[in-house]
Design a protein around this ligand. Sequence first.
Ligand code: ZN
Length: 361
Amino acid sequence: MKMRNRRAHLCADRATALSCAGIPLLFLILCSSLISTAHSACAAPAGRRLQGAASAPDRLLQSPTDNYVAGMEFIESWQSKRMPLKVYYKPGSDIPGFDPKYVDEAKAACQEWTRATEGKISFQTVDEAKDADIEFNWTTLLAPDLEHKMTLGATWPDTVGGEGIVHARIAILTTLDKRHVSLQAMKWAAMHELGHALGLGHSLRPSDVMYKDVVILSEVKGGDKEILPTSPNICLTSRDRTTMNVVYAAKKIIDDIRAKGLDKRNTCHDLCRAAANCMTNGDSGSAIIVLNEILRLDKTYSVASENLMAAYYNCGAALYNKNLNAEARQVLAKAINIGKTVGDQNRLNAIVAVYRNCQGN
Ligand SMILES: [Zn+2]
């Protein structure tokens, strides 16, 4: 379930639990140190309230292990003013293997994500592709470069800087490897691809709908060969739901600040304060999204780089402390990549030390 031009970071190595001694202390020192840096560099003018997580009492997050924001290979989102998103389901009656019930599964997937976000993300069916924000297509070939890969679906989102996703096209196969795609497999594929169309990347955990490879091949006795998912009960996990909610809560922070119409410098400062506020509340996921937005606006904003390194480190350390070594390694690698540009060798060495402890045996 790949997205064009995006590379998934899979870490399939089996990792062994290692001692966590010393990690929490390092975590706290690094975190508080960088937060104070952010405050000193972005001090709010007297009398102005900090923007950020404190104004969003409905947040679900807290632990970086409850969501997979930090590990995603990309994070995008739609502006809230675009809701309800207009969805066009292209009739597939001329597509071999197409089952009209596929459309029902796609619509059910929309309802699942709406429920998961308590209506923050909503959808409306439209009759023509030209009116659509999101297009569902069914096909026997996703793209020439995917022809010989066991890929069931793909999503192509279009993004505009400062807005986010402005259009997405989803395509899902009706037949894969001469096997018919069952309704159960379509249900998973629709939820997964819609997750991409809404801005999520992949999870590293197989139980999540946004895991990269959930479907297995199977045969139905006495009938045609069908593709079935490994589990008969496909539904969004708590982590899927929390991740989507973190992404859209952070998007609201970003959009509210950008709506002020400040110049780039002050927008970055407000975003930086909001990110520091998120980190103070233990919400590294939102901080990561907001800090990435700053660097999208101004990649020379060094405080954002330092805090982003800390936020990834916080998430990686939390995963490591729960013995989720593959997930920790993925996130810590991001902290290390940023650390190489930040130039604080002591902090970089500390992160690298934790990363090495996560290496699988
Ligand atoms: Zn995918």
